[in-house]
Write a protein that binds this ligand. Sequence first.
Ligand code: PMP
Length: 405
Amino acid sequence: AEIWQNVPLAPPDSIFKLTAAYKADTFPQKVNLGVGAYRDNDNKPWVLPVVKKATQILVNDPNLDHEYLPITGLPEFTGAAAKLILGSDSPALRDGRVVSVQTISGTGANHLGALFLSKFYTWNGSKQVYLSNPTWANHQAIFRNVGIEPVDYPYYDPKTIGLDFDGLMNSISDAPSGSVFLLHACAHNPTGVDPTQEQWQQIAKAIVAKNHYMFFDCAYQGFASGDLDRDNWAVRHFVERGVPMLVCQSFAKNAGLYGERVGALHLVSPTKEAADRVRSQLSVLQRSEISNPPSYGARVVALILNNPTLFAEWNQDIKTMAERIITMRKELHHLLTEELHTPGNWDHIINQIGMFSFTGINTDQSKSMTEKAHIYLTTNGRISMAGLNTHNIRYVAESLDKVVR
Ligand code: PMP
């Protein structure tokens, strides 16, 4: 018998498959709305001007070496990253209750957070994590890999193409006390549907009442509203309320550093003494997983976060990206409602936030967009607003119009 004969062939990753199909398509007006990365108005990847600057500073530093970073990462990076997500006036930071570990981007932060919980969280019965339905497809696999079973909570309501707030609140109160809840801090992927600040306040109250644990995933700070401080509002609110929590942070989207894998895991502990013990165990886990995190991207981000001039420029670059996306939302909404008089209500296009939008079109309509119009999107009707630009938006709107009529 052949050694790997029991290894079944896994299906290709659906997003990867979509990108490959788009690339192979020779139709001149083809559009890729599956892509999870920012594109400029000419559909090109965008290197942030501030990243170019920081890179120059880095490569011209005569003292730059390639030594290992500490196990928990570059302190100038993790310290500034914690301030960015928790707020520089965070009571938890002031008390020394935050453990910050540099990770392999947001995915690595999710993994390390999940691994730590699987080993050290006091589980009330079976190891489970509550995930929004739907969520980033990788969440299920990341938790299953470390022996934590994903359970769905209602999040998206297809009837309103918005938040199923009652469903969410009911699952928080029905879950056994001490359950782990994962919520997207802002710009929910894949729906683009976020709770309002009032709703976040009610969620925090309900989480506290049931003694649940908050697992925040924050992959889009700044990308939602264009304002870094507005986008970390939910996280700061939960810290202020004393909710036990961790936060996964990614610099892939907001700094355009997708391939450099820059991220961090921040765990907010009740005391400094607890934080020290948690830090020691996270170091042990990190050591066996990756030994030391990569230095390049963390150095770039550390320069940007710690230099006021570069930081201001970064805020401008983030606005450039967020505003282009918001403009595309407005334009798509305008074309559908004012010009084409497409049947149905399209207000969700402007109410949703961040890189993605759930259009509300069904599987068959999504497939038809791809097959008939060469517009590539996932079959759940999700489109990446970053794939839209002034050259293709009318074509996309007209194709959407055709498919829903
Ligand atoms: N969480 C969510 C919700 C995401 O959408 C993403 C990126 N697609 C990530 C985490 C992690 O991305 P990365 O590992 O590239 O930082």
